[in-house]
Design a protein around this ligand. Structure first.
Ligand code: URA
Length: 277
């Protein structure tokens, strides 16, 4: 091909990519999802020779992840999480962790771990970072995050929350994180809960609620109800309330009333813990 033809092809390709970017296309996906753990393209790191910390039973995690063996990645996440004395160290540990395939798939930048008050009484757990979060390195900073902030502000919770997700890297094309990806990230999330010591959890959306509570029902049935979350070692128990995801509320504004009711119920319990439910 002549140099002129090559330059012309490159210009056409650039123009097409710019057109797609303007139209909001920010990821290239195949028709079928590629399971990179299964395909062996991304290998979870080997299980450490001597466990650095007590390892929780993995049977449930294996069931969650089907036949896929994620135990090495989970054990490594558990060891790293247990060794982190504070949030700063935990963020560094997550940033260095290579056991979650998402790190090599959707994420353009660094791990997205948390924003908010490290001693907040309320922990909000979303599903996973999107494009805006990936670009900024902070959870819930896009349109859904702005709606979440407005709702938290209206409930008087602005300075009383820490916001995080079930996974710390953006799933490609903003797909829902898989149970395996969530299980691999779970030890880090659990360590966040241990370090922050919130009084309760707000679970934003079905992917968060199902993963954290190990429930199968849809979010429309789970939302607005109180559940008891228990850490893997049983040492921490917290009330947890699932609610509708703010991204869903942007698509279905008519559902905002239900999410608002959930938030008021939660705020009431936060402010008056002794009142009967
Ligand atoms: N949606 C989520 O679940 N989490 C984010 O951080 C952003 C959007």
């Amino acid at each position: 091909m002549s140099a002129a033809a090559e330059a012309s092809n490159a210009a056409v390709a650039e123009s097409l990519l710019a057109f797609w970017a303007d139209a909001g296309v920010d990821a290239m996906l195949l028709d079928e999802a590629v399971d990179r753990i299964e395909a062996g393209k991304v290998m979870p790191p080997p299980r450490p020779a001597a466990p650095l910390a007590p390892v929780a039973p993995l049977a449930g995690l294996r069931a969650l992840a089907g036949q896929m063996d994620i135990s090495g990645a989970v054990a490594q996440a558990q060891a790293l999480a247990a060794a982190a004395p504070d949030l700063e160290a935990l963020v560094a540990a997550i940033a260095g962790f290579e056991g979650c395939p998402l790190r090599f798939e959707g994420a353009a930048t660094k791990a997205v771990v948390y924003r908010g008050d490290p001693k907040a009484p309320l922990l909000v757990i979303g599903e996973g970072p999107g494009a805006d979060e990936d670009a900024r390195g902070e959870p819930f900073v896009g349109r859904a995050g702005k709606l979440l902030d407005r709702m938290l502000g209206a409930a008087g919770l602005t300075d009383r929350v820490l916001i995080t997700n079930t996974v710390f890297w953006r799933p490609p094309g903003n797909r829902t994180p898989t149970p395996a990806e969530q299980a691999i990230c779970a030890p880090f999330l659990e360590r966040i809960i241990q370090l922050v010591q919130p009084k309760m959890l707000l679970l934003a959306g079905g992917a968060s609620a199902k993963s954290i509570l190990k429930r199968e029902e849809g979010i429309l049935s789970l939302r607005g109800r109180w559940f008891e979350w228990r850490s893997a070692d049983g040492s921490v128990e917290l009330p947890a309330m699932p609610t509708l995801h703010p991204a869903f509320l942007l698509r279905q504004p008519g559902a905002k009333k239900r999410a608002w009711t959930d938030l008021l119920t939660l705020t009431e319990r936060l402010d008056r813990p002794d009142r009967p439910l």
